[in-house]
Ligand binder design. Sequence first.
Ligand code: ADP
Length: 454
Amino acid sequence: MSDVLEVLEPATAAVLELVPAAGVEAVDEAVAKARAALPAWRGLAPGVRASALRALADKVEEHLEELALLEARNAGKPIGGARGEIGAVVDVFRYYAGSPERLMGDTIPVAGGQAFTIREPLGVVGLIVPWNFPLLIAAWKLGPALAAGNTVVLKPAELTPLTALRFEQLVLEAGIAPGVVNVVAGLGPVAGARLVEHPDVAKVAFTGSTVVGRQIAASAAATIKRVTLELGGKSANVIFADADLEKAAEMAPWAVFDNAGQDCCARSRILVEYSAVDKFLSLLQPHVENFKVGGPLDPEAMMGPLISAKQRDRVASFVGADAPVAFQGTAPDGPGFWFPPTVLSPVDPNSPAVREEIFGPVVTVIPFKDEDEAVRIANDTIYGLSGSIWTRDGGRALRVAHAMETGVLSINSNSSVRVSTPFGGFKQSGYGRELGPHATDAYTEIKTIYYATT
Ligand code: ADP
């Protein structure tokens, strides 16, 4: 077992920083600290906890440029995108600063007295996050968890721990007491696994692969831990012949190549109505070829490298005789884990490129003959996270939206994640919802109190 995490810069493959790896003992200490900090944090008046979250948002905003640069270099993102992500972290804390004073219950008519419900924090919550949007996905969990009065132990991905570690310091600078937020940067099967099995952890909120999500759900069962899982995707971008094809072709690359395709929402299957396939592909090609790949500080870069050599090799393995390259963009030569934006067509419907989550800048194009077939193909996957529908027929857009088995969808747009709207998966994309007003429910227990009046 390694006691140091060698944190690389994906654009150069050079070591960016060596970070001591948190092992089982460090996790146990963090959980103990979180437990000790719980009574005071949950006991704060709601308005005071709200102020603390607002102060945290301000602190992150003050350090936006520093955090964005760290994220861009460590996760291999264009700096503009990284700034947007840290800006979204600020928005998440501001949004959830509104929650402590809105954690409302119900009053329920019963015989002989009064029944009502209150929402209480769960206790110590473990947050396990991936490397694709490191601080942003952490914030999606931290915001509602802290707002509801829980204390947390956050385990960032071993490849991208740097912004989480800096964030831990900023939490203290924002005036939040030690122990409320604890960061353990360690290996998944060691530090992550310990957090999931720890008897004093009430809940685990996980974002990552479906494979690890299954292990976490199984391991959490031993202590009946609450679990929310945000897992993989194989989302469809469904384009009907009557759509604004120019706009659909301009936006489709962003729906799958953004963040180098390392996005659980990536629309990695483009479904196109037969009669529009040739036209759509000819419109798509220049946008793909001009989708600029570059390093974090390249102001024109639209996507960066992949996170690791392993990830790049895995992505490359999906290209083959059953899924050949139709056209692709260009990427810098090494060092760095580069892979060009790539369109695969025509594809065998049973090829791994069509069936599996690639998590890279690779998209398959699949023709369909009518609305029913579009829905059948879109739903022919174990996943159900995201998706887009492009058509000028409003009735059809809504029929298809209702029929698609997916947690978030956009019509004539790629945009489906917002701080104020719930986000999460159907089927093996997970369970539970993040963001929006519903997310706080997942960090609270409902307690029912009956007060006898006679
Ligand atoms: P990805 O495919 O995005 O790397 P993973 O599911 O492998 O996603 O990892 C997501 C997070 O889960 C990371 O923080 C990783 O360290 C953690 N992790 C990996 N394996 C385990 C495990 N067995 N138990 C708990 N956490 C784990």
